[in-house]
Design a protein around this ligand. Sequence first.
Ligand code: 13P
Ligand code: SF4
Length: 348
Amino acid sequence: MTELLRDYSLQAAQVPLVAECVIDLEERAVLKERIRQGLGMLGATLVAHYYVDSDIQDLAEETGGLVSDSLEMARFGRDAAAATLIVSGVRFMGETAKILSPEKRVFMPTLQAECSLDIGCPPDEFAAFKAAHADRTVVVYANTSAQVKALSDWVVTSSCALEIVAHLQDQGEKVLWAPDKHLGRYIQEQTKADMILWSGACVVHEEFKAQALLDMKKVYPDAAVLVHPESPASVIEVADAVGSTSAIIRAAGELPNDTFIVATDRGIFHKLKQLNPTKRFIEAPTAGDGATCRSCAHCPWMAMNELRALDRVLRDEAYRRDNEILLDPELGRRAKRPLDRMLAFQTR
Ligand code: 13P
Ligand code: SF4
């Protein structure tokens, strides 16, 4: 059984425009050098997501940090020796780092970097949802607030959601899922688990259009289609590979095709091209029937992770204080339990 609850889609006004500021090469070089020094002076480790600015991704790797999917960001942040983490991504990623390592100080280039799934799952409404289905095991996507995590039994990311729900299904458990309806539907279809779904969506992935994608496939008949499971079912149907950002990167390396149409945030193209310099990567279309292209395959909140903001959080103490992840310790303890469970499951 899959049941879908009321629509929690965001209003257009709640989604900021992608505001990428153009910085010339000279300034980028200066900023990058200052950031390297700033990380060293603070003794901080930079943990970045595949969707952020390509220079920030490079800086993370060059300085002994990490660029990865959300699951590995969580694991790396937890295991990092540094007492200070700079998390470049969206707020739930910084919160996850703090929940897993309450003793560390966690800063972000800006705390305004949200996520439509997190915004679309307010803790009080989620608590009522949970109370109305008290017999179910509560599984939430990592793209949620600490408050929502604290109400859950399991946290999952798209790297481990299928396996964890399949495991719960084997145990005969019925699942209450939040917040991404597309990922939830995909997992339900794959595992046949009994799931009731919250109805949130990612403003980026929801804009990929199946018909336009099929038209594009006619132009590139030899291309393989790589899709993140936050995309609508009609887009997933066209996919040659479906999975998390790291699964998409793996598939691009393993599949024999030379050309790939990629349905996820275009920030991932940096790593795809770095690892596969001879292959061609094309953005899946966001235009077509019903298109609004508010995000055009780039997350407006990930785009807030600019070099200047990263530089500032390292150099400007007041700005850094304003962009520190602070959590009530008791809330953190409750939110850590389902996260620990996810990380323990992965290492089994
Ligand atoms: P991954 O866990 O696949 O990196 O995805 C995070 C995310 O926010 C996708 O939109
Ligand atoms: Fe959230 Fe979508 Fe942005 Fe990922 S791409 S952080 S799911 S809004």
